[in-house]
Design a protein around this ligand. Structure first.
Ligand code: SAH
Length: 348
């Protein structure tokens, strides 16, 4: 059954009109969902019994069933959920000094086939609906409500390629970002893409204030083709052109993600090539230690090796940071918990 979380604020008002109600009723339902954060339609006590019955005959609120939850020593918490059709998905809550962040999945499985990534071990089964993405955030927020805590940041960096599910992702973000929704500020929301060029232009033209992060992982086509098949469709030159367009249209800083894979993309020559590639862009590089994945042969660099790469970039005037590892004692790499459950034969 469809989730009420599928509607953004404007769509909820339109839905109310379509039912022959006043738009105010849509406003009330939205309020119950995002302010009171109810779990059941029957808790919406200022709606008539008849209205609630109609809603209940067509909608549910939460489409997610919790299958497993793992808490790391640093507080990072992984949630494995199952949907009505058996599909499994993961969300992760991470604690930073600036607040609490949730990493949201956008698809069930992924078709991008990056060589190092656990998420692509199973092909995309389907896109997640907007409501299924909202529900991940609401589930975690409701847990935090118990200690009067709140999510301050959202990253769309879980399983899936958000720009391969563009409309639903944008709809989802408009729900959690809306003043009358969760009210999480646009600048606290980051979408990470592997580089689907046409969608980068679409995104640039929307002029939202969401942050854009791009998974680069290699400074040239030869290497990027090996690591990320998407590069064969949209090579680095086209990607850079689209990102330059985004930057000038939006006047926003871009984040590039670069996983340091031992012996693959971690040489000083790669750092120099990367610096040259990013010259002139308002860019920032996030160097990511690799979370090892059982099924993959890649290894991470050590912290000292990462520092050498970092210094090289800084010397070449590229701003960068080394991402702090979170939850590496609990299968932190995207999609690992899901893969383990599938291997046990419990879902897909
Ligand atoms: N499809 C999107 C978002 C999901 S992946 C994208 O490609 O950006 C989020 C980030 O985690 C990407 O930068 C991805 O390359 C990276 N990643 C995937 N597997 C990883 C692993 N095992 N260790 C560290 N980072 C990983």
């Amino acid at each position: 059954m469809q989730s009420l979380y599928d509607f953004n604020y404007e769509q909820m008002q339109q839905f109310a009109l379509d039912c022959g109600w006043k738009t105010f009723r849509g406003h009330q339902i939205f309020q119950w969902l995002y302010r009171n954060r109810v779990d059941e339609i029957d808790e919406m006590t200022n709606l008539s019994l008849e209205t609630r019955e109609l809603l209940k005959s067509r909608f549910i609120i939460n489409p997610l069933k919790l299958i497993r939850k793992q808490v790391s020593h640093d507080g990072t918490t992984k949630f494995l959920f199952q949907l009505e059709d058996g599909a499994l998905l993961e969300s992760v809550m991470m604690i930073f000094d600036y607040g609490k962040s949730i990493c949201v999945s956008s698809q069930v499985g992924c078709n991008m086939g990056c060589a190092f990534c656990a998420s692509g071990l199973t092909k995309k089964k389907r896109n997640l609906t907007s409501g299924e993405m909202v529900a991940q955030v609401m589930y975690v927020q409701k847990e935090l409500d118990k200690t009067q805590d709140r999510l301050s940041h959202i990253v769309v960096m879980g399983t899936g390629e958000p720009f391969d599910n563009y409309e639903n992702v944008m709809n989802f973000l408009s729900c959690v970002n809306h003043d009358r929704g969760l009210g999480i500020g646009s600048r606290h929301i980051t979408i990470s893409t592997c580089g689907i060029v046409p969608r980068i232009y679409d995104f640039a033209n929307e002029h939202t204030q969401y942050n854009l992060a791009v998974s680069l992982h290699a400074p040239n086509n030869e290497l990027r083709n090996q690591l990320m098949p998407v590069n064969k469709a949209y090579p680095i030159e086209e990607l850079m052109k689209a990102l330059t367009y985004y930057s000038t249209e939006n006047n926003r800083r871009l984040t590039f993600e670069y996983i340091l894979l031992k012996g693959v993309n971690d040489k000083p020559s790669h750092a120099k090539e990367l610096a040259k590639l990013l010259k002139g862009l308002n860019a920032y590089v996030n160097l990511i230690p690799y979370n090892s994945v059982d099924e993959k042969h890649f290894k991470s660099v050590t912290h000292d090796e990462a520092m050498i790469f970092y210094d090289m970039l800084m010397k070449n005037h590229v701003r960068c940071t080394i991402r702090k590892e979170h939850g590496n004692d609990i299968d932190a790499a995207c999609g690992q918990l899901r893969i383990k459950e599938i291997k046990k034969g419990n879902g897909e």
